[in-house]
Design a binder for this molecule. Structure first.
Ligand code: HEC
Ligand code: HEC
Ligand code: HEC
Ligand code: HEC
Length: 204
């Protein structure tokens, strides 16, 4: 609900993202980088001539074409996509390290890549599963130790943070450092202290 509402107005409400808990000054504020042209939103979104194959709203960044190794395990219950869904591909279009940061707005000649801990790479087998259906229950393809989707989560319910019922990168991270993020590290939507974020979904 919340996401859809903000989608309609967000590109106008730029001011809503400003301030200590907004994108300004966060790890995703590239306005001080020589390659960004001084804007905050443009490396990721545009108001016109966005990428028409939907990746994320009005997407402006070159999209990764890498083939990813997805998470698998003998105890995994929910259905996992063969490749990351678009909304996670948006993140991986910088964080897999194959596409340069400054490759946006049609420019493809960039030479600056994500490095260090922020480099997730194309092998996602050692990362928390993404593009996986959040399916609590005891039936086939369901995990009995997942909380119900209407349980409390950040500033809403778990369901509010799923994308077509799936866990994606943006289920745990707020790319804009907004809303409920507050002072959480790593742009997390919930506090990792005491593993609060994990216990929201996992009944452990
Ligand atoms: C580093 C990349 C990045 C930057 C910079 C960025 N966004 Fe986003 N934005 C995304 C991604 C990825 C999504 C889709 C995932 C999601 O909805 O959380 C998104 C979703 C959105 C949405 C729709 C969902 C929602 O949260 O309301 C709006 C509106 C939006 N962005 C506006 C902006 C504006 C305005 C700016 C600049 C102030 C901005 N974004 C900067 C990556 C970015
Ligand atoms: C335009 C490229 C780009 C896109 C798209 C992008 N990021 Fe980032 N992200 C970066 C860069 C650059 C950094 C800073 C890395 C560093 O400091 O070494 C970063 C940092 C982060 C951090 C670390 C924050 C911190 O405070 O340490 C997280 C978490 C993160 N990104 C998650 C995401 C997620 C989730 C998405 C998609 C919803 C996304 N990013 C989309 C470029 C991007
Ligand atoms: C289930 C929740 C969850 C999902 C899904 C998730 N992350 Fe994270 N991520 C975390 C947590 C918790 C941390 C902080 C602890 C750590 O660094 O491992 C983190 C840390 C990070 C960092 C910061 C590393 C650093 O130390 O600077 C980046 C970048 C990042 N995630 C990107 C992504 C991207 C891209 C995706 C999707 C491919 C993703 N995350 C999916 C929970 C998640
Ligand atoms: C938004 C909900 C959500 C959050 C938050 C979350 N997870 Fe998960 N996690 C899932 C789902 C859904 C699965 C897939 C479960 C299944 O279908 O078997 C999963 C799978 C896993 C698995 C693999 C299980 C297996 O059988 O292979 C581990 C381990 C795990 N999560 C740990 C964590 C940890 C640690 C955190 C906190 C950093 C966390 N999760 C946060 C939803 C979440």
């Amino acid at each position: 609900m919340k996401k859809a509402t903000v989608l309609a107005f967000g590109l106008i409400l730029v001011a809503g993202f400003a301030g200590a808990q907004g994108i300004t000054g966060s790890a995703h504020d590239f306005s001080g980088e020589t390659w960004s042209g001084g804007t905050i939103c443009l490396p990721c979104h545009t108001t016109h001539h966005g990428i028409t194959d939907f990746v994320a709203p009005l997407w402006n960044h070159e999209v990764t074409v890498a083939t990813f190794v997805m998470y698998s395990s003998p105890t995994l219950d929910g259905a996992i996509d063969a490749q990351p869904a678009d909304v996670s591909k948006a993140c991986l279009s910088c964080h897999d390290g194959t596409v340069a940061l400054e490759n946006f707005g049609g420019f493809t000649g960039g030479t600056t890549f994500v490095t260090g801990d922020a480099l997730i790479g194309t092998d996602l087998s050692n990362d928390h599963p993404i593009s996986i259906v959040y399916s609590p229950g005891t039936g086939a393809g369901q995990d009995s130790e997942l909380m119900p989707t209407n349980s409390t989560y950040a500033d809403g319910t778990i369901a509010d943070y799923l994308f077509t019922s799936k866990v994606e990168c943006a289920t745990c991270h707020d790319v804009h450092n907004g809303g409920a993020v507050g002072t959480n590290p790593s742009l997390l939507v919930e506090d990792p202290a005491g593993s609060v974020i994990c216990l929201r979904c996992h009944a452990k």
